[in-house]
Design a protein around this ligand. Structure first.
Ligand SMILES: NC(=O)c1ccc[n+]([C@@H]2O[C@H](COP(=O)([O-])OP(=O)(O)OC[C@H]3O[C@@H](n4cnc5c(N)ncnc54)[C@H](O)[C@@H]3O)[C@@H](O)[C@H]2O)c1
Length: 443
């Protein structure tokens, strides 16, 4: 387990404990990045059941690194007493000098909800002591640390925020599934309340990250850059969705068009799919628009991109309806393969696949869905096997790649769904082997 490359870093620093606040898709692998480098981590979360599972060495989070699962690293850290998951902030305060916060700002009906992040900040304000660092790593509405969190800390803590207690912001830029690798290799943007805060945050992050650190002129600059990074993907994906519509209407294969365009060294088109999901990209526009509202500004291109991506599940249903010559949804059985928000993931937050199923149910269709990585109890339309999902389907809709059907031949798929009239493959999962007349539609 010991990573010998890190021993020189360990020697340069006092090996000290950190607290990671919020043990979700980011906070847990981040914790493991510290523990596998021999730093003790106190993991804080408000979710009691989640903490109990972590104490037992159980996680559903999918991260593989150097041939091991996240659960392997979790169990190893627990055995070596390097990871203490708890709900108790006061317990953490006795052991750590730095808190890294990975609690997000959900968007609900277009508006940011700060409750969880502010609640974590209030708990921290009660326990921080002189010499401590609070380092926010969540994705923020620009200005959140300066305008909301620092005033909150100042209103509760008896200490001078910025002087006694350092505060900094360094957005997390990793992608789920590659987090353990990218915590070490992705450049860090870092802005502090003052230079002392910045230096303190750099020291704490250097323990796991060897890439370049870029100091920003303000915390708000780092907050804005992070959201802009996310929103550019939203816009790029919306653009390829539109290009895909043109390709479909003119009889061209979208994947070929994109592959060929990308042979140009300065072109990098992304891959269109069943929509854009997850916690990060769909929220980005709303974070920026919320800030833009404060200065009376519209962001029409970003807004249109968001609407375009939100509409993709409906556009897919229109194509199916049209291809089958107008269908009675109430008399049609749909099998949806894939519920996670992206390929090979188990994260079904803000997932276009789930939106698609909900839209089908709204139209009165009968739907079964299967995703081998998303726990079946998450959705009452989920079934536990591929066969149970496909059995009596009239239409099969494949939204994301999972190993179970990735590169499956069309005829193999259809053997499991003898009454199927159409397959819609939104992710180039299925290979057309020419052994069936059933239509295969693609994005
Ligand atoms: N998931 C990603 O791929 C990704 C990538 C980069 C950045 N981010 C950002 O990182 C942040 C976290 O994302 P995530 O995907 O890990 O979210 P998540 O929902 O998986 O995890 C957040 C955790 O915080 C906990 N929590 C809520 N309130 C708390 C409190 N008061 N004290 C302690 N814990 C509390 C929740 O129980 C949950 O376990 C978000 O801002 C997100 O935008 C996520």
């Amino acid at each position: 387990m010991q990573d010998s490359n890190h021993s020189s870093i360990d020697k340069q620093h006092n090996v000290s404990a950190v607290a990671i606040v919020g043990l979700g898709f980011i906070g847990l692998p981040l914790s493991m990045s510290y523990t596998r480098n021999h730093y003790k981590v106190i993991g804080l979360d408000v979710n009691e059941a989640h903490i109990q599972r972590l104490q037992q060495g159980i996680t559903d989070s999918i991260e593989n690194y150097e041939g091991h699962t996240l659960q392997y690293y979790l169990q190893d850290a627990l055995q070596n007493n390097l990871f203490i998951p708890t709900t108790n902030y006061a317990q953490a305060a006795q052991e750590v000098g730095a808190y890294i916060v990975t609690v997000g700002i959900p968007i609900i009906q277009g508006a940011p909800y700060y409750d969880a992040l502010e609640s974590a900040t209030k708990e921290l304000a009660k326990v921080v002591k002189p010499g401590d660092l609070i380092l926010y790593r969540s994705t923020h509405v620009p200005g959140t640390v300066q305008e909301r969190l620092i005033p909150l800390l100042e209103s509760i803590s008896p200490y001078k925020i910025g002087i006694d207690v350092h505060v900094a912001y360094a957005p997390e830029r990793v992608a789920e599934g590659r987090a353990m690798e990218e915590f070490q290799t992705i450049d860090v943007l870092i802005g502090g309340m003052n230079q002392e805060s910045t230096e303190h945050a750099k020291e704490v992050l250097r323990r796991i990250n060897r890439a370049t650190f870029h100091e920003t002129s303000s915390m708000e600059m780092a907050e804005t850059v992070k959201v802009v990074e996310n929103v550019q993907r939203d816009v790029n994906i919306a653009m390829v969705q539109e290009i895909a519509q043109l390709a479909q209407a003119t009889g061209l294969r979208t994947s070929e068009l994109i592959r060929l365009a990308n042979t140009h060294p300065r072109v990098n088109l992304l891959t269109p799919g069943a929509g854009v999901g997850g916690y990060c990209i769909p929220n980005a526009y709303y974070y920026l628009q919320h800030k833009a509202d404060a200065v009376d500004l519209n962001l029409p291109i970003l807004s249109t991109a968001r609407k375009t991506n939100d509409y993709v599940p409906n556009a897919i249903l229109s194509r199916i309806d049209h291809k089958l010559g107008g269908i009675d949804f109430t008399q049609t059985r749909f099998a949806v393969l894939g519920l996670a928000m992206k390929n090979f993931s188990n994260d079904d937050r803000i997932s276009p696949s789930v939106t698609l199923v909900e839209e089908l149910l709204h139209r009165g269709a009968k739907v079964t869905a299967y995703d081998p990585l998303v726990p079946v109890e998450h959705h009452n339309f989920s079934v536990p096997t591929l066969e149970a999902c496909l059995g009596d389907a009239d239409v099969i809709l494949i939204t994301i790649l999972q190993e179970h059907w990735h590169t499956m031949a069309l005829s193999t798929l259809l053997k499991m769904a003898p009454s199927c009239r159409l397959v819609f493959d939104a992710c180039e999962a299925i290979v057309q082997d020419g052994l069936s007349d059933t239509p295969l539609l693609r994005i």
